[in-house]
Ligand binder design. Structure first.
Ligand SMILES: Cc1ncc(COP(=O)(O)O)c(C=O)c1O
Length: 425
């Protein structure tokens, strides 16, 4: 294990990483609860839940046992022309916990593929009805993943620049910043009047990768009503907001209307195994029922419906609904509220954003953006103090596993205060 860094440098290509300039990666060998341990025995608090996926803590025994038990029965089997008990059980459980209206679950591998499937469902819905609609309406600042369809509906910029010429044409709504809601809704109304969109896609209430930018539920609800008036399908990308993050099981529970399609991933399996789900209403599904095979959703992946991932998801959902988890989310929400209040008067803080178990702190600095220097300074300060936190440009944020203790939270808050003092001019 000694020369892991060097071996890594020889053979591994890391995501979102400039290998020429980046420092050596952390060498993590163990994880339990909120704690990650490196080769030297140093511990790090995983306050961003390992890319926002881990909801019950690492090494959760309930999930581990479920996977082991499933492995002894069935590991993986082709999912076209075949079914298996765990996939059906998971689909039943997901339909059961989502708001009323959803009826069919399509399986894929991760957040990006769940979005690809949603987009294909929406375009083919209209195609199958012989009323083709060619465009999607999305929101500025959005991130829906790194595959081509998902990139197309996301915010264009340096991340997607080399591929820009390959992305399909999308119309964007401005982000509904506080105080601009009326203009936003007017712009939405105008756009919806000018074009028959196949679908509207949004990250409901919180745009994660944009820096945990939040907008009002009332605006989302108005936007949904406007889309409904024009029979534009509504896709909620709940890849990040699902599984309790916004204080409710799904962000859609903050509004009274129900979308047509919802994308789920990240915390779905407790963050232990990859899995994506695209859940649709019966109306969507029915548009694919024809005698012609070509009208089916001709999409799938080798690991679609993987039984181990399904078993982890069933176990995770069981814990998600428990009083213990719901109380933990409430506890974190309250702690975040209190800390947010303290930070609001700090002149180094530009804005505090808080919803449920997400707390984002936008730092008052000249250079903003994902590649800003301050981002690296904040990241390394936190690492040197035993906290793994990946800022988004000048925004630091906390979305920890729900089992994080009050002491671990207090330590993290203390280090954030220290960081503001010593790193930010
Ligand atoms: C809202 C949203 N959608 C989609 C994705 C893509 O998910 P994945 O990284 O699992 O492909 C992400 C990832 O951060 C996300 O935040």
């Amino acid at each position: 294990m000694k020369d892991l860094k060097n071996r890594d440098r020889q053979v591994v290509w890391h995501p979102f990483t400039q290998a020429k300039t980046e420092k050596n990666p952390l060498e993590i060998v163990r994880a339990k609860g909120v704690i990650l341990t490196d080769t030297n025995g140093k511990n790090f608090l995983d306050v961003n839940s390992s890319w926002w996926v881990n909801v019950h803590g690492h090494g959760n025994e309930v999930i581990g046992n479920a996977i082991a038990e499933q492995f002894s029965e069935l590991d993986h089997v082709i999912f076209a022309g075949v079914t298996h008990p765990k996939a059906v059980e998971l689909a039943e459980k997901v339909i059961d916990i989502l708001p009323k209206g959803f009826s069919k679950v399509f399986f894929s591998d991760d957040g990006s593929t769940s979005v690809e499937v949603a987009l294909k469902m929406a375009f083919q819905f209209w195609f199958n009805k012989n009323q083709p609609r060619m465009k999607i309406l999305a929101m500025e600042g959005a991130y829906h993943g790194d595959t081509f369809g998902a990139m197309s509906v996301g915010q264009r910029g340096y991340f997607f620049e080399p591929f820009e010429h390959l992305l399909f044409d999308v119309d964007y709504l401005p982000f509904p910043e506080k105080g601009t809601e009326m203009e936003f809704l007017k712009s939405a109304k105008d756009k919806l009047q000018s074009e028959s969109y196949a679908a509207l896609i949004v990250e409901p209430l919180v745009q994660g990768s944009a820096g945990m930018k939040m907008y009002k539920a009332s605006v989302l609800e108005e936007l949904m009503s406007l889309a409904r008036e024009k029979d534009v399908l509504i896709i909620f990308d709940e890849v990040m907001t699902g599984w309790g993050r916004t204080g409710k099981l799904f962000a859609m529970e903050h509004v009274s209307l129900v979308p047509d399609i919802v994308c789920l991933s990240k915390g779905l399996t407790g963050g232990v195994l990859p899995l994506g789900l695209t859940v649709a209403t019966e109306r969507i599904f029915e548009a694919f029922l024809w005698d012609e095979k070509s009208k089916a959703l001709l999409h799938g992946h080798s690991f679609t419906g993987n039984a181990l991932s399904c078993s982890a998801a069933v176990a995770s959902i069981g814990m998600m609904k428990s009083e213990h988890t719901l109380q933990n989310i409430k506890r974190i929400e309250e702690k975040f509220h209190q800390f947010g209040q303290i930070l609001k008067s700090n002149p180094k803080v530009k804005e505090v954003r808080h919803l449920g178990a997400i707390l984002a702190i936008e730092i008052n600095v000249g250079s903003e953006g994902y590649f800003s220097d301050v981002r690296d300074k904040m990241y390394h300060f936190m690492i040197s103090n035993g906290i793994l936190m990946r800022p988004l440009g000048n925004v630091i944020f906390l979305n920890p596993p729900y089992c994080i203790s009050d002491e671990e939270l207090d330590y993290t808050f203390e280090m954030i205060q220290e960081m503001l003092k010593s790193v930010i001019d």
